[in-house]
Ligand binder design. Structure first.
Ligand code: XUL
Ligand code: MN
Length: 343
């Protein structure tokens, strides 16, 4: 029995298109995905704003609210909660040069207005978390933006959200690159810096994605630990990543099992979830996957996470202490490998 509640986004079941080739799987309707997520053992759905309210730009406030209410009803019918809403700014024509850090004042305003709409949607869905994946906040041409001004614009945008709704929480999801080459907010440490600079740091925290930490050359378990130590780890996107390349969103634990174990271990040790946080997955099926296996990356990730949870609970802290006292980390390391391989 897992001590965690798990969440997943509708984009985690996709058609398999990549930048070099078209879709390889059929589209599945949102309602069908929610039903299947529930059956697989998930408790909550993660949303982009336009996952909940498609074609958001053309809709009035009343239309947005009506559509969000419909989605809430669907979630209720399946006994599912909404974990967060994330404005999908990177897809919009106004955000070609970034959103909150765009060089265009009009486009920065668009980005903030749309983020406030995400807050309205979150309220309708019954959740109090907004996730900001800062996809295009940075540069590919380094000299195209004043980085100091841009980072201050980022803080101003978060302040605008905090002032709009006095109880909303903002979770920044850091990523060092992709789609931009140089991100302004690449690690959980950067997130803490932005948080401290806002008008209400108590409502600005982080969501750590394993693959993003690996892309920054960092250990995801330590990044999770940093957020936990600051009391600001309010979400995670567990997945895996084979080294420094494009963002792979592999199934959790399939590339580096020990690293996966240590992420679960630090979450278990610190009673993550005690304030209602979910263990989110952000995993993608391989393009080669057939329709018939279109959810297996999710069920596999869940199984691996739960098995690692069992391993974390079995971890022998007495033996660990002995190894530390003797400074025999060779023995400790072998113990961990044996725990993972033999049980
Ligand atoms: C992108 C990524 C996003 C966010 C949600 O790398 O992880 O899916 O998690 O906007
Ligand atoms: Mn993510």
């Amino acid at each position: 029995m897992s001590k965690f509640r798990y969440s997943v986004g509708p984009w985690n079941v996709a058609e398999g298109a990549d930048v070099y080739g078209p879709a390889t799987r059929a589209t599945i309707a949102f309602a069908k995905k929610v039903e299947t997520f529930k059956r697989l053992g998930f408790d909550a759905v993660q949303f982009h704003d336009d996952d909940a309210v498609p074609e958001i730009n053309g809709k009035s406030a009343a239309q947005i609210s009506a559509k969000a209410k419909e989605v809430k009803k669907l979630l209720d019918n399946h006994g599912m909660a909404a974990e967060f809403v994330a404005p999908r700014l990177w897809m919009d024509e106004h955000c070609i040069d970034g959103a909150y850090t765009s060089n265009s004042a009009a486009d920065r305003k668009y980005a903030i207005d749309r983020s406030l709409k995400s807050i309205d949607i979150a309220r309708e869905l019954g959740c109090d978390k907004i996730v900001l994946w800062l996809a295009r906040e940075g540069t590919s041409c380094a000299e195209s933006k004043d980085p100091v001004v841009a980072i201050k614009h980022l803080v101003e945008a978060v302040n605008a959200m905090l002032s709009y709704d006095k109880t909303i929480k903002i979770l920044i999801e850091p990523k060092p690159n992709e789609p931009v080459d140089r991100s302004y907010c690449g690690t959980i440490g950067h997130v803490m810096g932005v948080s401290a600079a806002t008008v209400d740091p108590t409502r600005v925290g982080g969501l750590l994605e394993s693959a993003h930490a690996i892309l920054a050359g960092l250990d995801p378990a330590n990044e999770i630990a940093f957020g936990l130590a600051m009391g600001k780890l309010w979400g995670v996107h567990l997945n895996d990543q084979n080294g420094l390349k494009f963002d792979q969103d592999r199934s959790f634990g399939v590339e580096n099992l020990r690293q996966g174990f240590n992420q679960i271990k630090v979450l278990v040790e610190n009673d993550y979830g005690k304030n209602g946080e979910y263990v989110g997955l952000d995993v993608k099926a391989m393009r080669t996957t057939k329709d018939s296996a279109g959810y297996e990356h999710l069920s596999n990730s869940l199984t691996i996470a739960k098995l690692l949870e069992e391993k974390a609970l079995k971890f022998d802290y007495g033996f660990q202490k002995k190894c530390v006292a003797e400074r025999n980390y060779e023995a400790l390391e072998m113990y961990v490998v044996n725990l993972l391989l033999r049980g």
